[in-house]
Design a binder for this molecule. Structure first.
Ligand code: AMP
Length: 434
């Protein structure tokens, strides 16, 4: 029996990981430049947390959660990061320690959606949350940060859509207006929308069903019904985006799939690359009521999440030169033990070194050194050891020198650095300029 990964859940093999690391590092860097600090939360939360925060009648909660029942407990694999961040914020009374918190996270999320290109069941999101800042300057900064990050990553044809869905008062008024609008044509809606009409008429505007789309075409726009305070926030956001010269378009139909949003909503899309219809790279918005609804104080909040797989599909594929490293070829058991020490010394000086422990002839080892892409090869033979020397081969230049064994590690490292000054940085630690 041959096992395969679960449908919609992908392996990321070592030859793809370099691009992931580059993206993750760019994200961390820009988040930290904006004053965000990393938060790590568990993958599992009480199911009720997601029902309460994301909303009972959302697709995520109704259809897409991976839920485990164990005894009396119902736990769910996190489908997104905001609920956990808000839970942690309340649980640790963070508001009492600092007036404003800027947090970021990065990790796997789980939703049982129909897999397709750019849509998976385990996928990775990076996101930022700001607690304690009512905006709208903070809202504009978040959007501007995303545009800057995507531009730095080489992603073009960006499109920023923004909307405001107002606060609780505006929403209640709008809900009534939507009900008045949809009720007379209830029969023309999809079955799903009909079932949701009373509980969540706003979500009909977000439906992909052609019947709902047609029915929504003449719906009143929420943006025209904002309360004075909501409008002042909205105008402030637009002024700040204009001041930052961040291009955006107002999309009155932008609703987004999660229920917790208030006022500002935004999406950043790209029409470049291999994205197709799944072209929303990041989405977010304000969720001023959530902290209180989770039992915390009345603290405003805003955040976004971006999908790493989609960003990778949009990012240009750049060939990056591999970092040069040293291969050590010991001939015989005594030499192998010395090779282990030499390799460790080279690593301690900060460069990669591989030891060939498989034995065999010198010719075989040199072939392996070439095949794995090593730049240098140190040959350690019994006779060389007896004389206190090693042979250093440059596999690109096809040259060879004899070195004293004592200074071999330092000389290997010096040579690797001369070939490429990045040699002493291991890829995972720093690929920022790769
Ligand atoms: P959301 O949490 O639904 O607001 O989504 C935020 C971002 O996460 C989207 O814009 C996508 O880039 C990404 N995303 C959401 N769902 C998926 C999925 N099933 N597979 C891959 N990426 C996703």
């Amino acid at each position: 029996m041959q096992f395969r990964a679960v449908k919609g859940m992908n392996d990321i093999l070592p030859d793809e990981v370099g691009r992931w690391q580059r993206l993750e590092q760019s994200f961390r860097r820009s988040a930290e430049l904006y004053g965000f600090q990393e938060l790590r939360t568990p993958l599992l939360e009480n199911t009720e947390l997601f029902v309460r925060s994301i909303g009972e009648t959302t697709d995520v909660v109704e259809k897409e959660m991976y839920t485990l029942e164990r005894g009396k407990e119902s736990l769910t694999l996190r489908p997104e990061g905001t609920a956990s961040a808000a839970r942690a914020y309340v649980e640790h009374s963070v508001h009492a320690k600092e007036p404003v918190s800027r947090w970021y996270y990065l990790g796997a999320m789980f939703r049982a959606e129909r897999p397709q290109r750019g849509r998976y069941r385990q996928f990775y999101q990076a996101g930022c949350e700001i607690f304690g800042d009512p905006g709208p300057a903070a809202d504009a900064e978040l959007i501007d940060m995303l545009v800057g990050l995507f531009t730095d990553l080489g992603i073009g044809e960006l499109e920023v859509a923004v909307n405001s869905i107002g606060g609780a008062e505006t929403r209640a008024r709008y809900r009534a207006a939507l009900l008045d609008y949809f009720r007379p044509q209830q029969g023309a809606l999809s079955e799903h929308a009909q079932a949701r009409l009373d509980s969540n008429p706003l979500r009909i505007l977000d439906s992909k069903d052609p019947r709902d789309k047609a029915a929504s075409a003449g719906a009143p726009a929420l943006i025209d019904q904002l309360s004075d305070e909501d409008r002042a926030h909205w105008d402030g956001l637009r002024r700040a985006l204009d001041a930052l010269e961040t291009p955006y378009k107002v999309e009155a139909g932008l609703v987004r799939g999660l229920d917790y949003y208030t006022r500002t909503l935004f999406e950043v899309r790209s029409n470049q690359g291999e994205l197709g219809t799944q072209n929303t790279l990041a989405g977010g918005g304000r969720y001023d009521g959530m902290i209180q609804s989770l039992g915390g104080p009345d603290v405003p909040a805003i955040g976004f999440a971006m999908g790493l797989e989609r960003i990778l599909l949009a990012m240009p594929k750049r060939e990056t030169a591999p970092l040069p490293f040293c291969f050590i070829a010991p001939i015989g058991e005594g030499a192998l033990l010395d090779a282990l020490k030499l390799a460790r010394d080279i690593r301690r000086l900060g460069c990669r070194s591989d030891v060939d422990g498989r034995g065999g002839s010198l010719k075989g080892m040199l072939r392996r050194a070439d095949a794995c892409g090593a730049r240098l090869c140190v040959v350690l033979g019994e006779s060389e050891l007896a004389r206190g020397v090693v042979q250093l081969k440059d596999l690109a230049e096809r040259s060879q020198h004899e070195l004293p064994r004592d200074s071999a590690a330092a000389m290997v490292v010096e040579r690797l650095r001369a070939v490429d000054p990045r040699a002493e940085r291991v890829a995972a630690v720093d690929r920022s300029d790769a």
